[in-house]
Design a protein around this ligand. Structure first.
Ligand code: PXL
Length: 250
């Protein structure tokens, strides 16, 4: 089992490609990764971003897929409309089943995208995705609707769900995630009083990708990813994803 992450590099280890690799690894899926941008950041702030030249992102994808047969990929920080468009082309070319985490800002609030990214996500990438995993903020940006209640979130999930299966993540809605694929499903969860949430969106989308690669249907993958991410938040940095997961029954 193998999966691909196409995402940015967060040197703090909490988010981006390193979070994806840790998650794939914890779930016994062999990780491969294509870098879209380097960032200088820690959990408090983003200091700088160096996007990778789109041609070089394309070359990284081509070389991985020349050597490996990969079914599932996920995207994280793509930064620019040019990179979004190129990734959409490659997804089509290699018939990748794609999970899109529509990353726009870092957990610390620092921006991780150019301004016109929302529209290109919607136009080029979501229509090709098997799942998208926006948090509350990203869901509002993508739908151009405000979410002030759980009912608003249902409407937004349904609207985005017309483009591709959608789960609104982040536990902001009383700990619940809102999933829409053909119909609406509420995924119950707990809320933790934790500051260990940097990169939790990356972990969630990587876990959903890994569970699908392991043969689970979309809804089941989302439910397991939700549980996995909550456990990762609960156990914190030194709980290590691998250890707690191996000792749980699931
Ligand atoms: O969690 C979103 C995210 C994605 N990708 C990179 C990040 C972050 C958040 O900090 O740094 C590279």
């Amino acid at each position: 089992m193998i999966a691909l992450s196409i995402a940015g590099f967060d040197p703090s280890g909490g988010a981006g490609i390193l979070a994806d690799i840790k998650t794939f690894n914890a779930l016994d899926v062999y990780p491969t990764a294509v870098v879209t941008a380097l960032t200088a950041q820690n959990v408090q702030r983003v200091g700088g971003i160096k996007p990778v030249d789109p041609d070089f992102v394309a070359q990284q994808i081509d070389l991985i897929l020349e050597a490996e047969e990969i079914n599932y990929a996920k995207t994280g920080m793509l930064y620019s409309p040019e990179i979004v468009k190129l990734v959409a082309r490659k997804v089509k070319e290699y018939q990748l089943k794609l999970v899109v985490d529509p990353v726009m800002v870092a957990g610390s609030g620092g921006n991780l995208s150019q301004e016109d990214l929302v529209d290109s996500f919607k136009k080029h990438l979501l229509p090709r995705a098997v799942l998208t995993t926006p948090n509350l903020y990203e869901a509002q940006q993508l739908s151009k609707m405000d979410i002030n209640s759980e009912n608003d979130a249902y409407k937004v999930a349904k609207k985005l769900g017309e483009i591709c299966p959608t789960v609104i993540t982040g536990g902001h809605l009383n700990g619940r995630d809102i999933f829409y694929k053909d119909s609406l499903k509420i995924i119950e969860g707990e809320i933790f009083d934790s500051n260990n949430t940097h990169g939790s969106g990356c972990t969630y989308s990587a876990a959903a990708t890994a569970f699908m690669e392991k043969g689970n249907p979309t809804e089941e993958s989302v439910r397991k990813a939700s549980y996995f991410t909550k456990k990762a938040i609960e156990h914190g940095r030194y709980g290590t994803l691998n250890q707690f997961w191996r000792f749980e029954t699931h």
